[in-house]
Write a protein that binds this ligand. Structure first.
Ligand code: ATP
Ligand code: MG
Length: 332
C-alpha cells in the first residue's frame, strides 16, 4: 500500500496556505487512499528563535486543528515528531550523507537566515540542517508520497537525492519518495504582499488568514487584499499576483478553475467579496470543531500517544536497518 508522510511546524498559527497547500488533501484524499502518517514536526520549530511555552502551546493547537480539519485517527497516524526518537536518530545518518554545499543552496535557508540576521538574531545551525531532519522524517517511514505545498519542492528533491545516495553507497534501504501538490492553491500568497508566500511565522499577520480567525477578521483581511490598479479581472500570476491569488483562493474554496473564474467577474470588488464569503464558509466547520476538541485536551493527548506508538513501530525497523547498513555495530 502507498505510504504517505507529511507535517506542519508549530512555528505559528496554521494558515489558509497550510490548509489549501497541504492539510485539506490529507483530510479529503490521502487518509482514505493510503497508509498515511501526519506529524506536528516540533523539532523544526526550534530552528529559529522560539519561546518554549509558545511552541508547546502551538504543538497542541496544531494537533487539535488537524483533527478539527478532519484527520481521523482511525484512518491515519497523527503524532508529534519529538515523541518518536527515530527522526533524530536517522537525521544524524543523513547528515553524514548530505554535504554542506547542498544545504547552503536551499532557498528557505537563504531566506530565513537573512530574516534572522535582519532581526539581529544569530542563525542556528539547525536552520541549515533542517532539510536533513525533514528528509529523516520522510525516509524513516518508507514514504512513497509527500503531499506538500509548492515551497517544499526543493526539500523533497533533496530528500530524494539523499535516499538515492544512501542506497547506492550502503545498499538499498530507503524508498525514494515524491512530492505531490494540489492542482490549485499550491502556493497561497500573502494578501498584503502577493509576491511572497503566506507563511505562518511571518511577523506581520495582516496578510495572513489563520484557520482560527473569526469570520469578520477573515472578511476584513480578504477585502483589504492588495491587488493592482488594473480593472479587468485576469488570471496572470506574474503580472497581477494579487488578483491571481484571489482567483486561486476562490477556485480552491469553491472547486472551480481560476482561469474560468476570471471571466465571471467584472470588478475586483465583487471578486473580493465572493472570495471572502467562500473562505469564511470553508473555514467555519474547522473553527467550530476546533472549539469542541479544544475543550477535551485529554482526547487529543490520547490520539497523540497512540499515534507516537504506531509511528515508532513503523520507523524503528527501518532506521535500525539504516544503522547497520552504514556500518554501525548493532548493540548486543
Ligand atoms: P513557516 O513560515 O514557519 O515555514 P509555513 O506556513 O511555511 O510556516 P510549514 O509548517 O513550513 O508552514 O508548512 C506546512 C505545509 O504547508 C507544507 O506542506 C507547506 O508546503 C505548506 N504551505 C506553507 N505555506 C503555504 C502556502 N502559502 N501555500 C501553500 N502551501 C503552503
Ligand atoms: Mg514553511
Amino acid at each position: 500500500m502507498t505510504r504517505i508522510f507529511s507535517g506542519v511546524k508549530p512555528t505559528g498559527h496554521l494558515t489558509l496556505g497550510n490548509y489549501l497547500g497541504a492539510v485539506r488533501r490529507w483530510v479529503e484524499v490521502d487518509q482514505y487512499r493510503a497508509e498515511a502518517l501526519f506529524s506536528v514536526v516540533d523539532l523544526h520549530a526550534l530552528t529559529v528563535e522560539h519561546d518554549p511555552a509558545r511552541v508547546r502551546r502551538l504543538s497542541r493547537q496544531a494537533a487539535t486543528l488537524l483533527l478539527a480539519a478532519g484527520l481521523d485517527p482511525k484512518r491515519c497516524t497523527l503524532f508529534v515528531q519529538s515523541h518518536v526518537d527515530e527522526h533524530a536518530r536517522l537525521s544524524y545518518l543523513l547528515e553524514c550523507t548530505a554535504t554542506d554545499g547542498e544545504l547552503r543552496r536551499m532557498i528557505q535557508y537563504k531566506e530565513k537566515s537573512v530574516q534572522a540576521r535582519a532581526a539581529g538574531q544569530s542563525v542556528r545551525l539547525s536552520l541549515l540542517t533542517y532539510p536533513v531532519l525533514m528528509a529523516a522524517d520522510i525516509l524513516a517511514y518508507g514514504t512513497d508520497e509527500v503531499p506538500v505545498g509548492e515551497d517544499q519542492t526543493q526539500h523533497v528533491e533533496l530528500t530524494r537525492d539523499l535516499a538515492v545516495r544512501f542506497n547506492q553507497r550502503y545498499g538499498h534501504t530507503f524508498t525514494v519518495p515524491r512530492a505531490t501538490r494540489p492542482e490549485v492553491a499550491a502556493r497561497v500568497m500573502d494578501l498584503q504582499d502577493p509576491t511572497s508566500k503566506m507563511g505562518k511565522s511571518h511577523a506581520n499577520g495582516s496578510g495572513i488568514v489563520y484557520l482560527l480567525d473569526d469570520a469578520e477578521t477573515v472578511r476584513r483581511k480578504v477585502m483589504r487584499a492588495v491587488t493592482d490598479s488594473g480593472r479587468d479581472v485576469e488570471y496572470d500570476r506574474e503580472g497581477r499576483p494579487g488578483v491571481a491569488n484571489l482567483l486561486d483562493l476562490m477556485a480552491a474554496a469553491t472547486g472551480g478553475n481560476p482561469e474560468a473564474l476570471a471571466g465571471v467577474y467584472q470588478t475586483y470588488g465583487s471578486l473580493k467579496k465572493d472570495t471572502a464569503d467562500a473562505v469564511v464558509e470553508l473555514l467555519r466547520p474547522v473553527r467550530e470543531r476546533h472549539a469542541e476538541l479544544a475543550a477535551d485536551p485529554g482526547y487529543v493527548d490520547q490520539v497523540l500517544r497512540d499515534g507516537a506508538l504506531r509511528a515508532r513501530e513503523t520507523a524503528r525497523p527501518l532506521v535500525d536497518r539504516a544503522y547497520r547498513a552504514i556500518g554501525l555495530l548493532p548493540a548486543g
